[in-house]
Design a binder for this molecule. Structure first.
Ligand SMILES: *[C@@H]1O[C@H](CO)[C@@H](O)[C@H](O)[C@H]1NC(C)=O
Ligand SMILES: *[C@@H]1O[C@H](CO)[C@@H](O)[C@H](O)[C@H]1NC(C)=O
Length: 183
């Protein structure tokens, strides 16, 4: 193979890699994707973000006190700005209220100092995934916006069911699922 095509290949392969959260990465964890569902068998509790086509980045159980510089997220037109509206999908999966609460609290702690991400961000607790999915140019989710999304889901789905709130203009969903992630 010519050097030129090797270089092109290297660029193509490395381009999707993003460190979504500015925190030390504890491990790169391989995931399984079946249909739209992404799972990590025996996933350790804590924070995960999208990393590349085969692995998530795992950050451990991030402490609230850790502070970082948030990565830049592209500006959007005013019409695309996030609006606090409820547009909820309940997914028919059930977990315990306690596991859901702990997972959601874990993600909230993270968002206090790390509100920006690309791809996906999750806090896993006992196989419950509290998550944000980014279908656009990156996201900023403040803890108060997260609280709003969780309130929408609880109102529509109850406290034990999986579900998420969709923001079409903001190209994102936020909520919780059991056993994996559909972004
Ligand atoms: C994703 O990143 C992991 C950890 O660096 C690496 O082992 C794996 O080969 C990468 N996968 C791809 C498709 O680049
Ligand atoms: C609500 O979310 C769904 C995706 O889950 C989307 O197709 C639909 O257009 C959204 N509705 C509004 C009013 O944004």
């Amino acid at each position: 193979m010519q050097l030129k095509s090797l270089v092109a290949l290297a660029v193509a392969v490395t381009a999707p890699v993003v460190a979504a959260v500015h925190l030390p990465i504890v491990a790169y964890v391989p995931f399984i994707k079946e249909g739209g569902l992404t799972t990590i068998p025996g996933a350790a509790d804590g924070v995960y973000t999208s990393y590349n086509a085969t692995h998530f980045a795992y950050y451990g159980k991030v402490a609230k006190a850790v502070n970082t510089d948030a990565p830049a997220v592209e500006e959007r037109a005013a019409a695309e700005k996030r609006q606090n509206t409820c547009n909820v999908s309940c997914n028919g999966q059930y977990g315990t209220s306690n596991d859901i609460l702990v997972a959601q609290r874990g993600l909230r702690y993270l968002l206090e100092n790390n509100p920006s991400f690309r791809g996906s961000i999750s806090f896993v607790y006992n196989n419950v995934w509290a998550f944000g999915c980014d279908y656009g140019n990156g996201q900023v989710e403040s803890p108060s916006q997260w609280d709003f999304d969780v309130a929408c889901v609880n109102w529509q789905c109850g406290s034990q069911q999986g579900g998420w709130n969709s923001h079409k203009s903001w190209k994102s969903t936020y909520g919780r699922q059991i056993g994996g992630l559909r972004c």
